[in-house]
Design a protein around this ligand. Sequence first.
Ligand SMILES: [Fe+2]
Length: 187
Amino acid sequence: MFENSKSLEEYQNRFPTWRLNLILTIIQKKVEKSAVEKRELPLVWSYMHMFSTMQVAKLLALRRGLDPELASLTCAFHDIHTLLTGSTENHGVNAAKHIREIVLEYNQNSRGELPEITEEEVDRIINAIAVHSDKKIIANDPLAELLKDVDSLDSYLHGLIQWKESGRIPRGNKVLKEFNIDFLIEE
Ligand SMILES: [Fe+2]
């Protein structure tokens, strides 16, 4: 997609995703270093869900007039606790410490000429992720709503059964409708 002859600024002018791309590198290094023995979910699931939610998030953010990079960072981080520890328990709230650690590494050592990820952005990401597991509750934060919607549709697209009680089906259908896709997830 991007040509190697372009400068960093020109890359950034194309699509605002370079902070996210670098964050993914830091996450990958952390996964390689972590020696998780037992995983509740296969590592491949955590990876594919991380990558696909962040891409769907970019599109949905553009559709909704939200910041696509902030939305995709939120999705990339949303199951970070499970990715790094193997545990799904309270993973929304438990994501915060990993996010702060990774963003600190990015801001202090890795970002080069890229902009910092600000405290305000970190707080918004953490707050959205903390509430993402309950899909039945409508959040008054558009970023949290985007995450819940993307998480719901993405799990369906990866073939997971959508239990009615999960609250995921109407969310997935809402996104399909927003994209003008004439297809419904059946209850
Ligand atoms: Fe998820």
